[in-house]
Write a protein that binds this ligand. Sequence first.
Ligand code: ATP
Ligand code: MG
Length: 431
Amino acid sequence: MVASPETVVSVDSLWKVYGDDPERALTDNHKNSSKSDLQNDFGLVLALKDVSLDIIRGETFVVMGLSGSGKSTLVRCLNGLIIPTSGEINILGNNLSEITDDELTQLRRNSIAMVFQHYALFPHLSVLENTAWGLEIQGIGRRARNQRAQEKLDLVGLQGWEDNYPVELSGGMLQRVGLARALTLEPEILLMDEPFSGLDPLIRREMQDELVSLKESLHSGQSQTTIVFITHDLDEALKIGDRIAIMNGGEVVQLDTPDQIVLNPANEYVANFTEGVQSQSVLTAGDMVLPSSATAGLGNSPEEVLRVALDNDCCSNVHITDDTQLFKGVITVANAIKALEAGASTVEEYVESPTTFNAGDTYDDVLPSVLAHPTCLPVVDDDGQLVGLIDSTSLAATWKPDRPRIPRELASIVSEGIEQVLGKRSAGKGS
Ligand SMILES: Nc1ncnc2c1ncn2[C@@H]1O[C@H](COP(=O)(O)OP(=O)(O)OP(=O)(O)O)[C@@H](O)[C@H]1O
Ligand SMILES: [Mg+2]
């Protein structure tokens, strides 16, 4: 049995307003006021506005938005560094507004780790000592803590640097030490506030790749680390996020999977972020399919199959499914005509097995085959059911959405051919 996803962080109607008497912003008269109105009228700064979300164990949850949109405030509320003005936060079953200071300290020490943009390493401690520092606070003995710190340094690619001091390391390496230090705590939840923003682009990309593979290696062990990752960079968000919450003016304006953020931005603010993104980088075959109504059954006659082709745009092939929509193969118009002329009662013997894609295949996976085939190719789901069809025009449509499905001229040439064959046949029947 597959375990149902477990919520590790639950945020309910969270508000954070800075300034004197912040509750004023939450009264019925003002709770719909904009950030700028609240600032102008009352001198209050709206940092979080009615944020509700759940984060699931093991996922990488990205919070993205422009500067000042409330990302850091949100993540600092999650580990109790900021007390919200109103709303509830539940972390690993603990309601943060109800637990004692001691319980909060324990939770922070044992279950939540945080990596900041500018990681404050202790200059007088070696890389190994910096990495083991959190365990020292927990009272873990030198041998055990150094052993675990060493493992994590190996994991982030810093073996051999244990005895060096921070001043001897580059920015990327310092950030790795920061990451190793957080990982050494083996936290259930890892909060990362723009950890890679200070790095130059090449190192940054390298760190993103490492985070993705690190995540896989963390998951191959017993515990599943949940990562909450803050960024203002959409490419970074798309690369590492399982889900992305986009914030604007303290509100979450869209919470979705990366492909949905790119394909269906909820408003102009999100669309402005996604404008320059090549949607191909997140598309799968399942996103690009066009529905196929040109389907018939194994037991259909050649004539029935040709009529299906005639009635449909994708008229050079008819796709054959069984009663449960399981994909069985394809019959070309040419083969259906052959079947008709041979007097076959069904098309069963004329069905071929074409190149087939899985709905999860990426744009890059499908591109070469689609370009090599003039006809539509079927896409099936994990159960083998036909999801739809894909051809070079559906790929082109991802670049130019208003492009017509198939060239009209081609459609009419094939249709005319079928009409002729069917016409000849009914004329023959009549004589
Ligand atoms: N201690 C504070 N006192 C007053 N206003 C604050 C305080 N901390 C944050 N703010 C304001 O709250 C809003 C949200 O700030 P926050 O730091 O959460 O944004 P952010 O999305 O993390 O921005 P950045 O990308 O620049 O880090 C901003 O308008 C900010 O000016
Ligand atoms: Mg911030």
